[in-house]
Ligand binder design. Structure first.
Ligand code: NDP
Length: 290
């Protein structure tokens, strides 16, 4: 980043967007979007909101008509965001969750989900040559993040996705909702679910600083399998450390976070972010203390 550059002033035309979550103070999205805004010299600002957990719909309604351009949505509001929208993109519908709301001037609220773009973009960046069509993929977890990942992988042509979850009923519900090509497996049978896969993706919250650990039998996956963890705090989770120790190629959750922000920025400010001009991954790593 050019250290001499100063943030453009807020004006009467400043475009406002933000992120809503609860809690939200840990979110790296303001850092990412504001760094891009500054590097592009755009008259825009990106802020964080922490609406009351039970008043999300009221909070969103207040923006109808375009008081702000849009919102990224994070835990625990992704499902509620979908329910607030008038128009839902097919990928948000398939994921049953939205991480992006835009407020049109005619009063329409549109929902989208860019997590799948982030996931596939992270593979492209850190595991070049990986092809989702090449073989079955195992996804650990059956929450919102897992469902979005499964939907994106099926849409990208994965021949089979195996959802491996501690609570089998939740994996079965996601498999049933997405349909063809998706099977559910209990966590204790992870070793057989990893047999012959081209990738293993951790979409559980295990490994997140302060959360429990996930002892996945990664040695049961082929040596060519790419291992990805959506958790990025710490950047090298015990899951990724184990994969590396086994010699597997790895993809981290921070790359997914940065890549899902690209289409959001385009939706808010109408132009592509200046990804070549500012290294937001480096800024995020610094903020994470890595
Ligand atoms: P949810 O709370 O909806 O789901 C959590 C999942 O993790 C459930 O399937 C749960 O299993 C499982 N789980 C939790 N703890 C354990 C454990 N100790 N052992 C085994 N399984 C466990 O969370 P989300 O789906 O919203 O998010 C999951 C993770 O993905 C979070 O860490 C989130 O930060 C991350 N994420 C990262 C993104 C990125 O851009 N990098 C984007 C979106 C999410 P069960 O059903 O049995 O309870």
């Amino acid at each position: 980043m050019n250290p001499a550059r100063t943030k453009p002033p807020i004006t009467g035309r400043t475009l406002v967007a933000g992120v809503a979550g609860h809690p939200v103070r840990h979110s790296l999205s303001p850092l990412i979007h504001n760094a891009w805004l500054e590097a592009a010299g755009l008259d825009g600002v990106y802020v964080a909101f922490a609406p009351d957990a039970d008043r999300f719909a009221v909070f969103v309604e207040a923006f109808r008509g375009g008081a702000i351009r849009g919102l990224n949505v994070t835990v625990p509001f992704k499902e509620a965001a979908l329910a607030c929208a008038d128009v839902v993109s097919p990928r948000a519908e398939m994921a049953a969750a939205a991480n992006l709301l835009t407020f049109e001037s005619d009063g329409t609220i549109a929902a989208d989900n860019t997590d799948g773009i982030g996931l596939l973009g992270a593979f492209e960046a850190q595991a070049p040559g990986f092809d989702p069509k090449a073989g079955p993929i195992a996804v650990l977890g059956a929450g919102g993040a897992a469902r979005g990942a499964v939907a994106a992988l099926i849409a990208a042509g994965a021949p089979q996705v195996r959802i491996v979850n501690r609570t089998l009923a939740k994996a079965e519900a996601v498999a049933g909702a997405i349909g063809r090509g998706v099977v559910a497996c209990p966590l204790h049978a992870a070793a057989s679910a990893f047999d012959g896969v081209s990738a293993v993706i951790n979409a559980t919250s295990a490994g997140l600083a302060g959360e429990g650990m996930l002892d996945a039998p990664l040695e049961a996956a082929p040596g060519t399998a790419v291992v990805m963890d959506m958790v990025y705090k710490p950047l090298e989770t015990p899951f990724l450390a184990k994969a590396r120790a086994l010699g597997r190629r790895t993809v981290d959750g921070l790359e997914m976070l940065v890549r899902q922000a690209v289409p959001s920025f385009e939706a808010f400010y109408g132009v592509a972010p200046p990804t070549a001009q500012v290294d937001v991954r480096a800024l995020a790593l610094k903020a994470l203390g890595q």
